[in-house]
Design a protein around this ligand. Structure first.
Ligand SMILES: [Zn+2]
Length: 411
């Protein structure tokens, strides 16, 4: 029997409210665009001149209908395997007159995956009404958009740019015990930042580390990383005790170029960054490798690692129980503690305990190199945003409790 964790107010929010403020983006009211449109019919203009946009072609079907082509940045990975179906799209609509615009999303090398989101200001997002979406075929979806004069964005998920991440890290870096540093630059020379949380620099403490946004469209992973992080250093009693005993490294945005370009999967080198932990051929993964040097040299210890992602449903990929970790059985005990607190109706999740596949992914690399529990934290694409936030805090609290227990009597 599970204890219901959520308050009735939270349940109300989950049931009634689908408005999703994109975290820490500046609020802006969209002004009428002046740049040339990508295409236009009698009632609306379509544009893709903003960060994260993705439109591969735009054709006028009629005075009230357009067809937008959506293609990936590359059709295969370097091994020739078809690109993962994370069919990201994003465009802007500027109405010319009132009416209904029918937009057909035609996918190439992929299928419709993301429920369209709409925003009139780039900050507050809603899931587009189900009744406005018609899935004609796996690779073709039609959406009907009501035009009332206001310009708006349509996007596969909420727009959360590198700048949005930077605003968040800048705010956190105002705390005296948080340091923000640039650990490297992407292929297109965008900074990759790390937060280091260290309350007593002279005291030797083990580190925990988490990273995110290797895969550009995996926004719900970012929506978990933020409250997870904030819970750990909210300076509550538990947080203070945890920070008395552990230091933290956070790299929240590993693939800024991919995010800016609205990529489905890769960095600008055409690589899946989460298949590069081992070879480390890309500047983005090499930046993270540099941050790991302190652990590889034995100068510092690492106790736990998490990598935030998104997929069809909420799940955590862990080591199998017969793969020894330090602390022992951490994944099993952590997820059990969280499961006991979270209502299945609110945030159902599964543990997928998998043996090391030998693939050069972060989880395998961190386990092989340091013998720690290294977990991929996957959040469902359509999981209600308030549930992502609430559950991330529970995951954070139980991680802190369990790590404290395991390390309590050790030097
Ligand atoms: Zn991923």
């Amino acid at each position: 029997m599970k204890r219901v964790y959520l308050t009735s107010a939270a349940l109300f929010l989950l049931g009634a409210c689908q408005t999703v403020p994109s975290p820490h983006s500046p609020t802006q009211v969209l002004e009428k665009a002046t740049s040339p449109a990508l295409c236009a019919n009698d009632i609306a203009e379509i544009r893709d001149d903003f960060l994260t946009a993705r439109v591969s072609g735009c054709d006028i079907n009629s005075t009230t209908a357009v067809q937008i082509s959506i293609r990936p940045e590359k059709t295969t990975d370097p091994q020739g395997k078809p690109i993962n179906n994370s069919a990201w799209y994003g465009f802007r609509v500027d109405p010319i007159q009132s009416g209904t615009l029918d937009v057909t999303l035609q996918y190439f090398n992929g299928k419709h995956r993301y429920h369209p989101k709409i925003s009139y200001d780039g900050t507050n997002w809603e899931f587009l009404d189900e009744r406005k979406i018609d899935k004609i075929a796996e690779d073709k979806t039609q959406i009907s958009l009501d035009l009332d004069g206001r310009p708006f964005f349509i996007s596969a998920q909420e727009i959360f740019t590198p700048k949005g991440h930077d605003n968040w890290t800048d705010k956190l870096a105002q705390k005296s015990f948080v340091t923000k540093s640039e650990i490297g630059r992407s292929r297109e020379d965008r900074p990759i930042y790390m937060l280091e949380i260290e309350t007593e620099p002279t005291k030797k403490k083990p580190y925990v580390m988490w990273v995110g946004r290797q895969h550009p469209p995996e926004l719900t992973g970012a929506l978990a990383l933020i409250p997870f992080s904030e819970k750990v250093f909210d300076e509550s009693k538990l947080s203070k005790e945890f920070l008395d005993n552990f230091n933290i490294l956070i790299v929240p945005m590993i693939n800024p170029d991919g995010v800016v370009h609205g990529n489905w999967r890769f960095n600008m080198g055409g690589m899946d960054l989460n298949r590069d932990w081992g070879p480390f051929t890309q500047p983005e993964t090499r930046a993270v490798l540099g941050a790991l040097e302190r652990f590889k040299s034995g100068e510092k210890n690492i106790a736990f690692f998490l990598d935030f992602h998104s997929t069809w449903r909420n799940l955590l990929y862990t080591q199998a129980d017969d793969e020894p970790t330090t602390p022992p059985m951490f994944a099993r005990d952590w997820l059990k503690a969280v499961d006991d607190r979270l209502d299945d109706e609110i945030y159902p999740f599964t543990r997928e305990a998998r043996h090391n596949s030998g693939k050069p992914i972060s989880k395998n690399y961190m386990y092989d190199t340091f013998g720690i529990s290294a977990i991929t934290y996957e959040v469902g694409d359509a999981t209600p945003r308030s549930a992502i936030k609430l559950s991330a805090k529970v995951f954070a609290e139980e991680m802190m409790r369990l790590l404290l227990e395991h390390y309590e009597d050790k030097p």
